[in-house]
Design a protein around this ligand. Structure first.
Ligand code: 6GU
Length: 231
């Protein structure tokens, strides 16, 4: 079956090397090989007009930490925008909205995304004001840069695209899609060191197995993530 290109993601970074790995193996690689998604890494430094190829500078008002400069980033964004229309220009930053499955679902329905990876003390605020449409954090802790966060966001989006996962239903049964954690799973052997697989899973009684799974998913969610059940 022929599946057309669904999505294009342009990632803007000062450390493209950090992102070579995550996109060159397993599901993300296969999705690109199948032509379902095109991921392009752009080195912001290539757009610096500075004689030392600097992409950051001291912050106005003083204070520790360099700030990513406006010019190279805007040059790059405007070059990309000439070639296609972007649904979102996302900035990866610890002060963004915490990433949730719902956001990944929404973004998986878009066509063209730019993801800008932050670094140093931050980026010139004018980039955020005039270009960024969405700011995303992957959790309440600080990373050295936005690259690893961008890889996580990209992974979470791409695995939702039709044709990416072998079993198309499997993304639908993920933890979080129904606000429940997944139930425990087992494979062979049925007994290992006396540790047995629950009898129900070997029973062949599929309606009962389904009930058991729902029960376990609910128990696990109540115990570990009661916040998911609140809404
Ligand atoms: Cl998106 N960037 C950085 N630098 N740190 C983070 C983050 C992003 N999300 C959580 N911590």
């Amino acid at each position: 079956m022929f599946l057309p290109l669904i999505m294009r993601i342009d990632i803007l970074t000062v450390l493209p090397k950090l992102l070579d790995g995550p996109f060159s193996a397993s599901i993300l690689k296969r999705a690109q090989d199948k032509g379902l998604v095109e991921i392009r890494l752009h080195n912001i430094r290539d757009y610096s007009t500075d004689k030392h190829k600097n992409v950051d500078d001291y912050q106005y008002g003083g204070g520790a930490g360099m700030v990513m400069s406006i010019e190279p980033i805007v040059t790059l964004i405007e070059k990309l925008k000439k070639e296609r229309t972007y649904d979102e220009i996302i900035f990866m930053t610890p002060d963004g909205a915490i990433l949730e499955q719902k956001t990944c679902n929404d973004l998986s329905l878009t066509k063209n995304l730019i993801i800008l990876c932050g670094h140093y003390k931050g980026i010139d605020e004018r980039i955020r004001e005039h270009f960024i449409t969405r700011e995303i954090s992957i959790g309440s802790y600080v990373l050295s840069g936005g690259e690893l966060a961008a890889a996580i966001l990209t992974d979470a989006i791409i695995r939702l695209l039709p044709g990416v996962l072998n079993n198309e239903t499997s993304a639908l049964t993920d933890s979080f899609q129904d606000n429940l954690l997944s139930p425990p799973v087992y494979t062979r052997p049925p007994e290992y060191r006396g540790w047995k697989v629950p009898d129900i899973l070997l029973s062949g009684n599929f309606p009962e197995i389904e009930k058991w799974r729902e029960q376990k998913a609910l128990e696990r969610t109540e115990k570990r993530r009661p916040d998911l059940l609140d809404n």
